[in-house]
Design a protein around this ligand. Sequence first.
Ligand code: C2E
Ligand code: CA
Ligand code: CA
Ligand code: CA
Length: 279
Amino acid sequence: AKRNGRSSLSFFDPTMQAELLSRVRLENELREAQANDEWRLYYQPQVDQAGRCIGVEGLLRWQHPERGLVSPGVFIPLLETTELINPVGDWVLETACRQLAQWAHHPAFAELSVAVNVSPLQFRQVDFVAKVEAILQRTQAPCHKLKLEVTESLFLEERDDARDKMLRLKQKGVRFSLDDFGTGYSSLAYLAHLPLDQLKIDQSFVQQVIHSKANAAIVESTIALAQSLSLEVIAEGVERDDQQAWLLTHGCRTYQGYRYGRPMPLDALEAMLSAESTI
Ligand code: C2E
Ligand code: CA
Ligand code: CA
Ligand code: CA
């Protein structure tokens, strides 16, 4: 975002040129990441009120040969401007579904759901539904264990198209969670119109819930809204026991956050879940 404000600077400004060069280099490296097998899917636990892991969110990482493990905040925006988000998004879906298919045969993991983030651009592809169906078919993943996390921005335009795509996927059993709820600017009207299964309370509200009355009020209203619309509700960014206790008191019974585990590679997740029945 910093770069945008600078467009009036001379093209020959040396710092800007350096930024431009590194951006072009980053873009080229991102193009090669797939071929070089540099994408990783990390998994963060989602737990119920007893601390049992009921699912995971898959979060993308870039294992860069020199830079090391790169977080998505750095590269997702660039993937979105270059439309590379589509092939990378396919990789994420395919990886998550393969994992679901493997876990299906494993008593300790068979009940886990896997949530993946879907960028609005990715969702807007005309063949998005067909792609997801093909991946489900190819991997033989249990469809009802796949959850797609979408954001409000998706519903600003082409709401009917979004609804239609969601309904087609829901027929297969795929579920939908509304990520970052409350951080957008859209009205709540779309909630009645869309076949959602879950609201995900954004971590910015959760982290202030103890110390800010305003944030507490927002979280309380979100939980009440979810209940009256018969939607599940999950709180993300739960870091401490007092936050979890507050959420439970106010009716939110599913949690995700550092309190239970950071996003981790598959082997670490499986080791953690094999060692303890609750987190
Ligand atoms: P998000 O979907 O809102 O994911 C939650 C982010 O919060 C993750 O950051 C997670 O590591 C972090 N987080 C989880 N629990 C806590 C906590 O208790 N405290 C704090 N401070 N942070 C916590 P991450 O993995 O860096 O991902 C950042 C964003 O990148 C995601 O936000 C999502 O919007 C995007 N992203 C990640 N993977 C993908 C992907 O496969 N596709 C797309 N389109 N976007 C992705
Ligand atoms: Ca998410
Ligand atoms: Ca989120
Ligand atoms: Ca977020």
